[in-house]
Design a binder for this molecule. Structure first.
Ligand code: GLC
Length: 546
């Protein structure tokens, strides 16, 4: 990547890292990222599935929105049991999404627009159709056998222990041909790799090198906390009984995950990746799906990952105490290395979680405004800038195995994955008119679309764009975050140097405590916000005059 690009997008943190021996801003530290769920972003060849050409042709939207970094979910060859998170070749593109040349054209166009590109790397498991696993299950002594996790059946002939899959059912499947069980923390079609096998580490170092050489600026690391298991494979302690009608997530919570996740040694894996990434000025961002901030912080030690997603907002009920506690824990434990996020392709959209309707939309923007003044990266999930709620997917159109393979379909992630509404036309500008998209649009209307919102300066799209611009133009600040505790049931507020951020999370108007000195409004979620009064569910960023 050119030094010009780095400098052009350098941010306000003021800190410097060394890249290639030369001082350079750590561009990623306060970057605004944007998740592209590739199947649903934009369909370039009109087959109903989003793809790389579609993405390339819509990058202008992201540049206009003002984000720094685009994370693209997996586009590698895959049987698609988990829509691409079951990879059968880490160094190519699935024909459904295009070709390697198309990928190169995405990187080229993104860099031309000043955007950085992050790819998703899936090191915990492969597809069962990956040549490594096809070989591993051929024979107990095959070359790749130890690349996966095999155990003999338990004493009763059943699974070796009580571990459960995040997607429902046991975490073990019997391979009849070789008489042993293999482990899978996700689908049976996603066998876990054995990271104690050195050849696995070698293979991934090469994969990372392959994408760095193609010009990527970073990696989002799928389930970064799950790569290592306790080698004695003990049962996890049980918290409560599992019932058949539970969603996989509910069943997963019936156990204390002492031995299958978040094991010592997992960050050792990332040290080598870190050296590779640092040579290219690239960033490693982990999907560390642990809600306790302190546990997440272990992944961002100086020579491990650069940054980790902080997902606490995903499980947080709306309310001042919960929002404040979530933010404060993330600030304290994250040391600026947590990526703030409130939506993804794996969760119900935050607008829906926070109550839906106008209220849900306002709350989601309030939370983003609180994020915007904090140290650390901040991510939007596609459609968040339009304030989209979940799409409605009828039961016979569900495709997510979390929904379709379990008695209770409520865990399905399809509602968060419906295609992007670009324009108020048949096919919503996502695909051609008359083409059936892979998931229904889910009840979108004209007001949800990019084209309609782009014509209205009061739209959600413009508000998110102004928020991103406001964040980008914050003066350099190294100030620590100080929480203000006036009106603790309604107000969430902090100071950071000459920045003051106030959010009224309640449903009534709120008078603000006076600020010392002279301040001006830098961004407000609602035109009725003033330095002295916030309407219900609104927030503002204010700057102290020098
Ligand atoms: C991550 C992905 C999710 C996927 C799972 C298994 O959590 O975000 O979509 O299903 O890993 O790869």
């Amino acid at each position: 990547m050119s030094r010009e690009l780095r400098d052009a997008r350098s941010l306000h943190s003021g800190r410097e890292d060394r890249v290639d021996g030369a001082p350079s801003r750590a561009w990623w530290r306060d970057a605004v990222g944007y998740e592209v769920y590739i199947r649903s972003f934009a369909d370039g060849n009109y087959d109903g599935v989003g793809d790389l050409v579609g993405l390339r042709d819509r990058l202008e939207h992201l540049a206009w929105l003002g984000v720094d970094l685009v994370w693209i979910t997996p586009f590698y060859p895959s049987p698609m049991a988990d829509h691409g998170y079951d990879v059968s070749d880490y160094c190519d593109v699935d024909p459904a999404f295009g070709t390697l040349d198309d990928f190169d054209s995405v990187v080229l166009e993104a860099h031309r627009l000043g955007l950085r590109v992050m790819v998703d790397i899936v090191p915990n498991h492969t597809s069962d159709q990956h040549p490594w696993f096809v070989d591993a299950r051929r024979h107990r002594r095959s070359q790749h056998r130890d690349w996966y996790v095999w155990r003999d059946p338990g004493a009763d002939g059943g699974p070796p222990n009580n571990w459960v899959s995040s997607f429902g059912g046991p975490a073990w499947t019997l391979d009849a041909g070789t008489g042993q069980y293999y482990m899978h923390l996700f689908l049976p079609e996603q066998p876990d790799l054995n990271w104690n096998e050195r050849a696995v580490a070698e293979a991934f170092a090469q994969i990372i090198g392959f994408w760095l050489d193609r010009g990527v600026d970073g990696f989002r690391i799928d389930v970064a906390h799950s790569l290592v298991e306790d080698q004695a494979f003990p049962d996890n302690p049980t918290i409560g009984p599992v019932a058949p009608e539970m969603t996989p997530r509910q069943a997963f919570r019936c156990f204390e995950h002492l031995y299958d996740l978040d094991q010592p040694g997992v960050t050792d894996i990332y040290r080598r990746w870190r050296q590779l990434a640092d040579q290219h000025g690239a960033v490693l961002l982990g999907e560390v799906y642990l809600h306790e901030a302190q546990r997440v912080s272990r992944y961002v030690e100086p020579d491990a990952l650069h940054a980790a997603f902080y997902f606490k907002a995903m499980s947080m009920p709306w309310g001042a105490a919960g929002v404040r506690a979530m933010l404060a824990a993330g600030v304290e434990s994250g040391s600026g290395r947590f990526a703030w996020v409130q939506a993804s392709h794996d969760e119900r959209r935050s607008v829906t979680r926070f109550g839906g309707g106008a209220e849900g939309r306002e709350r989601a923007l309030v939370l983003s405004t609180l994020y915007a003044g904090l140290p650390g990266m901040m991510f939007l999930y596609q459609g968040e800038e339009l304030a989209l709620a979940d799409g409605v997917v009828p039961p016979d159109r569900l495709t997510d195995p979390v929904g379709t393979r379990n008695v209770n379909p409520a865990g399905s992630r399809d509602g968060a994955r419906t295609p992007m509404p670009w324009a108020d036309v048949d096919g919503f500008g996502f695909t051609a008119p008359g083409v059936e998209p892979w998931l229904p649009f889910g009840g979108r209307g004209a007001a949800d679309t990019v084209s309609v919102q782009r014509r209205d300066p009061a739209s959600w799209l413009y508000r998110y764009r102004s928020l991103i611009a406001a964040r980008r133009s914050l003066p350099p600040t190294e100030g620590t975050v100080e929480w203000l505790v006036d009106d603790p049931d309604r107000l969430v507020a902090y100071r950071r140097g000459g920045l003051s951020v106030s959010a009224n999370v309640s449903d009534e108007a709120l008078d603000l405590p006076p600020l010392d000195g002279t301040w001006s409004v830098h961004f407000a979620t609602d035109p009725a916000c003033t330095l002295r009064r916030l309407p219900p569910r609104s927030a503002l960023l204010a700057l102290r005059s020098p």
